[in-house]
Design a protein around this ligand. Structure first.
Ligand code: FAD
Ligand code: MG
Length: 576
């Protein structure tokens, strides 16, 4: 396995030309993908009069999930109403770049109305936040973000036939005292701008003549909490900003600057391949970033951050100038309330089935960071699967008799495919044959053959990639909804195992990047073979993929020109 990885990796690291070719292909491919779906705009309110018979779809949120749904909804038989406190889509993977001005904030956002204009004809947008879902009466209650003349925010209710909840999450503080009051989050565009101002503030404050050396050291101590991809990328961006740009403008302050990255587990980038983690940790050591793994934050005051070493219990309080808190996501309060209403109070996020329908509700779908799919265990359904294959009720079957149900099993239980891949088995039949070479299988032997398959069940990560694919999948289902009404049983043949019109959602992991600063990026890719790629050529791949994934040609042009501007002039350190 490791030699396979080595070979696969070397294809990328040793062939920058191959990488660049892929770069060009991806950029142009992305462009085609974005524009192929464009349709004429008939005006947001143009045929409102014809809406009477249209089913009304209300979408909460204009992030990755909501916008992907919106972009891919092509069926004109819906009236669409989008409610979100922000009237734009933000390309979150570039937010760490916005914190230091590698990319400007306006380059990573696109107005929701212009995105909708290209895809749906019957569209309304309300800049408001939902504060209650009343699923029994099919209503959502919303509060405008705009203040009225009396200083109040208008509240209103919106009816729906279908509701799509894609409201993302909040920064998770784990109830650590002082986090809300004293740290900066990195979740929204405003957060990134706040961080940018705060970094410059620290440098200007440290430049004042009255400040002692000790105070200067404190002010220029930047702490990042969380060694996941966002925290790591931010620490890397900050390091580059300080050393490539601010060093020239504040030369006297360089000796005082310190960046600390705190991570509670033993390694940063824990979800990546071990080689990426090692490379990242080595690089941070070389760069002088103070990496403290196994270190939990217990409390934050306005002056100090207190940590506890997990292994020894030793505690420490360190003065700081600025803290960025990036330790994962929590649930929005109104989603929590809704979860209580529908008997999901003990869960972290909304539970949906494999068709993204919220469990315990009708006509409500949820996707992205606020939801997770509850996968079915093969072992829970094993009797029904066997019965389906055993049409003649023989009680014992040859391996080939299972061929008819194989596709259903592969469709319905993603863990089976992961298990086959892990065990390097060609297909399901081979799995059965390996377990019972010549004999017939009865239910007990069938159970034994599949006994380990459920160990591969995994929750999908809270990433843009997942939210984007879920939005697209759901839109495809909505596009075909009417057509499928005529054939309600649809393609899924094991009817006993959840009759539905559509194939369940299946996530296709394309890979993940970890930019590490200094034009070095690490990536774990699936192309279609698994490969790890680290270095400058991967940074080029990152540039091309992130350019291609932009939501419009406008943002694509702005982002690419920001990168060019940064190469030529460096990052801007004006505090505006
Ligand atoms: P979001 O994109 O967060 O969208 C939620 C939407 O709901 C927003 O429009 C919000 O305004 C709206 N909303 C909030 N409250 C309400 C309410 N009460 N009523 C109505 N609307 C509401 N993922 C990757 O795959 N690759 C990356 O490189 C990557 N980098 C990231 C970098 C950063 C800094 C961050 C913060 C995240 C990154 N992610 C990345 C994760 C990715 O952004 C999320 O997984 C993704 O945004 C989830 O999409 P979503 O639609 O569920 O939520
Ligand atoms: Mg999810």
């Amino acid at each position: 396995m490791s030699s396979f990885y080595k070979r696969a990796t070397s294809v990328f690291t040793n062939h920058p030309v191959l990488t660049r070719l892929l770069v060009v292909a991806t950029v142009s491919g992305g462009g085609v993908a974005v524009y192929s779906g464009a349709r004429p705009y008939y005006g947001a309110y143009a045929d409102q009069g014809n809406c009477v018979n249209k089913k009304k779809v209300v979408v909460l949120g204009t992030g990755w999930g909501g916008v992907s749904f919106l972009k891919n909804l092509k069926n004109p038989s819906y009236e669409l109403e989008v409610v979100s406190p922000r009237n734009y889509f933000a390309f979150t993977p570039l937010l760490p770049s916005v914190t230091v001005g590698t990319v400007e904030a306006r380059s990573v956002v696109e107005p929701i109305r212009s995105i909708a204009a290209k895809s749906v004809s019957d569209f309304n947008f309300r800049e408001a936040e939902c504060f209650k879902i009343d699923h029994e009466n099919k209503k959502v209650y919303c509060r405008s973000t705009q203040h009225s003349k009396l200083g109040e925010k208008e509240e209103f209710a919106v009816d729906y036939d279908y509701l799509v909840v894609s409201v993302g999450g909040l920064s998770n503080t784990f109830n650590t005292p002082g986090v809300e009051e004293n740290t900066l989050f990195l979740k929204e565009v405003e957060d990134a701008l706040r961080i940018r101002r705060s970094v410059i503030d620290c440098f200007e404050r440290a430049s004042l003549p009255s400040v002692s050396d000790q105070e200067r050291e404190k002010i220029l101590h930047f702490v990042v909490v969380g060694g996941g991809p966002t925290g790591v990328e931010f620490a890397a961006e900050l390091h580059d900003f300080v050393h490539e740009d601010l060093a020239k403008l504040y030369p006297a302050l360089q000796q005082y600057v310190k960046i600390t990255l705190l991570e509670a587990t033993d390694h940063i980038l824990g979800m990546f391949d071990k080689r990426i983690t090692e490379f990242a940790e080595d690089k941070f050591h070389r760069d002088g970033i103070n990496l403290k793994t196994g270190s939990m934050v217990t409390k934050i005051s306005d002056k100090e951050i207190s940590t506890k070493v997990r292994a020894t219990g030793e505690t420490q309080s360190i003065p700081y100038g600025m803290i960025v808190w990036s330790t994962g996501i929590g649930t929005r309060p109104f989603v929590k309330d809704f979860m209580k209403q529908i008997g999901q109070a003990d869960r972290r996020v909304l539970a949906t089935d494999e068709w993204l329908r919220v469990e315990g509700t009708q006509n409500i779908y949820a996707l992205g960071d606020c939801a997770s799919i509850v996968q079915r265990k093969v072992m829970d359904d094993i009797g029904a699967i066997f019965k389906k294959a055993d049409k003649k009720n023989k009680g014992s079957l040859k391996v080939d008799d299972f061929k008819e149900v194989v596709n259903d099993i592969i469709d319905r239980y993603p863990q089976v495919e992961l298990y086959l891949k892990k065990k390097q088995l060609k297909n399901f039949v081979q799995l059965l044959k390996n377990s019972q070479p010549d004999e017939e299988l009865d239910i007990e032997k069938f159970k034994a053959a599949l006994s380990e398959v459920d160990s591969e069940m995994k929750n999908l990560p809270a990433t843009a990639q997942v939210a984007d694919q879920e939005g697209k999948y759901l839109a495809t289902c909505f596009n075909r909804m009417e057509q499928c009404e005529k054939n309600p049983e649809g393609p899924n043949r094991i009817r006993e195992l959840g009759r539905h019109k559509f194939k369940p959602f299946r996530y296709k992991h394309l890979g993940q990047f970890a930019p590490l600063g200094g034009e070095q990026t690490a990536a774990q890719l699936t192309l279609p073979w698994d490969t790890v790629s680290i270095g400058r050529s991967t940074q080029w791949l990152w540039y091309s993929i992130y350019a291609s994934k932009q939501v419009s040609w406008r943002t694509r042009t702005l982002v690419v020109s920001d990168w060019g501007r940064r190469f030529i002039f460096g990052r801007d350190s004006s505090r505006i």
